[in-house]
Ligand binder design. Structure first.
Ligand code: TYC
Length: 103
């Protein structure tokens, strides 16, 4: 260790050992067939939104064509996309979503 004049240990990091992970946003796309209620439930179920936040995000997607559901590490984002596509497919809805790196 390095010591300063007062006898305390000086911790020095010469190189940055860890950097924050690349983050990914999960983007949901609008379509003409998936019911609004289904999208609101999906946003609550898989993206931990309360009903009010889920409704706002759904309406944003409906009006703008797409919207961000959340931001996660790569694997978590990929799992969210899988869960949404699986639930949509099982319910017979064409809902699409994808994940993309941010920044
Ligand atoms: N546009 C759909 C409707 O009018 C609702 C909808 C919203 C669908 C968001 C997909 O990601 C979506 N029923």
């Amino acid at each position: 260790p390095t010591w300063d004049e007062g006898g305390s240990v000086v911790l020095e990091r010469r190189t940055q050992k860890t950097k924050p992970p690349q983050m990914y946003q999960v983007v949901m796309l609008n379509d003409d067939y998936t019911p609004m209620e289904f999208v609101v439930i999906v946003l609550q179920e898989f993206f931990n939104k309360d009903r009010e936040a889920a409704t706002q995000i759904m309406l944003k997607i409906h009006l703008d064509g797409k919207g961000i559901c959340g931001v996660y590490t790569r694997d978590v984002a990929a799992t969210k996309v899988e869960q949404v596509l699986d639930a949509a497919h099982k319910a017979g809805h064409p809902l699409q979503c994808l994940s993309e790196p941010i920044e």
